[in-house]
Design a protein around this ligand. Structure first.
Ligand code: FAD
Length: 265
């Protein structure tokens, strides 16, 4: 078994290293299992890159790479794009030009106590939570894109990405079922933030005690009272979420202002 060097981190924080590692893994590992992108896959990938370039709460050298990728995808008249061409674009940008993406994973808040635990799926959740929060925090960010005025932009794009590309097929089926059931009831960007939070907690509940659970990061309803006591209330002796407080908490936790650069290279 691969040895894990533990990095100390703060569970109340979001780390740039996790979000950038998610992008690296997504673009250079997950996408690499597809030789060419066409049809629904190509459309889904283009939408996702558009959303990322507008909303990714990252450092300028990464946002510039996403912008370059987006412009290139839009300018391509082809209805079929070989994956290698995407990889070339992602790789051939140099630090010198100030446009690049880290080329390895560096899990911090997503590190597992054993090598095969956590990592990418954890970072994908964090990426999508932060995109829903960015969309709510900057209502005009998607102006002049096909997503303008669409409160469901981030959730629909996430749904498409998970359906077309997420390597865990069982996860994709579960997520699609949840999306089909209630995603359309979301009417505002704030509701989108809360919808994803609620569904993630359902997944946590289902997976508690499963072999994929890292004992160092038990699957619990989140945020715990230690992270947000105001999020929890008791009504007639029963636990109740104060969703107004949950929204405030999510917007802070996943907001761009408080992301930690520790361990980001
Ligand atoms: P994760 O659940 O990955 O959470 C990552 C971090 O997000 C947590 O550490 C916490 O900081 C934060 N967080 C936790 N809960 C919430 C919440 N409610 N709202 C906002 N932030 C939160 N695995 C399966 O075995 N079966 C499945 O069906 C399955 N479906 C999945 C569907 C999707 C869309 C994704 C992205 C992953 C799925 N997975 C599934 C993987 C699984 O959910 C975990 O990602 C994985 O087991 C790693 O768990 P983790 O301990 O890192 O915590």
């Amino acid at each position: 078994e691969e040895e894990v060097t533990w990095k100390d981190y703060d569970k109340s924080k979001l780390y740039t290293a996790d979000l950038e590692s998610a992008l690296h893994y997504l673009l250079r590992v997950e996408l690499a299992t597809h030789q060419t992108l066409e049809g629904e896959k190509l459309k889904t990938f283009k939408d996702f890159v558009t959303l990322l370039y507008k909303l990714f709460p990252g450092r300028p050298h990464v946002v510039k790479l996403l912008e370059t990728l987006q412009e290139w995808l839009v300018s391509m008249p082809l209805d079929k794009i070989p994956y290698d061409a995407i990889l070339d674009l992602v790789n051939n940008k140099m630090r010198i030009s100030g446009i690049y993406l880290t080329n390895h994973v560096e899990w911090v808040g997503c590190q597992g106590s054993r090598a095969q635990l956590r990592g990418y799926p954890c970072s994908l959740w964090k990426l999508f939570h932060s995109l829903t929060v960015q969309a709510a925090a900057q209502p005009n960010a998607l102006a002049n894109t096909e997503f303008e005025g669409d409160a469901l932009a981030t959730l629909k794009t996430m749904r498409g990405y998970i359906r077309e590309f997420f390597g865990c097929r069982e996860c994709a089926q579960h997520f699609e079922a949840m999306a089909k059931e209630s995603m359309d009831s979301v009417k505002t960007a704030d509701e989108a933030v809360l919808w994803l939070w609620r569904k993630h907690n359902l997944v946590n509940k289902r997976l508690a005690g499963a072999p994929s659970e890292d004992p160092e990061s038990p699957k619990v309803e989140w945020p715990t009272p230690e992270l947000c006591s105001a999020c929890h209330e008791e009504i007639n002796g029963l636990h109740n979420w104060n969703e107004k407080e949950v929204l405030v908490f999510l917007k802070r936790h996943y907001g761009a202002q408080e992301i930690s650069l520790k361990y980001a290279d």
